[in-house]
Ligand binder design. Sequence first.
Ligand code: SF4
Length: 124
Amino acid sequence: MTAIREKTGECRQCRSFCDKMVEPRGCVEMRCRYLYSFVDMLNGVQYVGCMQDVFAAKVELDAVLQPGGFGGVKMTGDALPHCQFSVERAYEGSGESYDCVNRRFFDCSDSGPEGIQAFDLRDV
Ligand code: SF4
């Protein structure tokens, strides 16, 4: 099998090709302290983005707040424990070629100051 380069938020280790998606609406609803907004002075449109670069896209706030929501945007960074993300598969299939071989891909980050750390008794 040919090696395929992966970016953060992507897993290409089996034939399913999974991407992590974060819902900006969830960021707004939980009033995340890392969510920022700005108004584009050229068109007067207000956009929101993530200071942690969990997603790099700048999303129109009105679209995010529409009934039904805007949907997910592709994650470009590691999710913090409170980020609401889902994993979308590009291809469905059955058999060994489609079996998940990277189960930690479904977890949030366990590194960095906000990562969930395992309790390690050797520290005492
Ligand atoms: S840190 Fe997570 S919850 Fe907060 S704005 Fe970024 S993606 Fe949304």
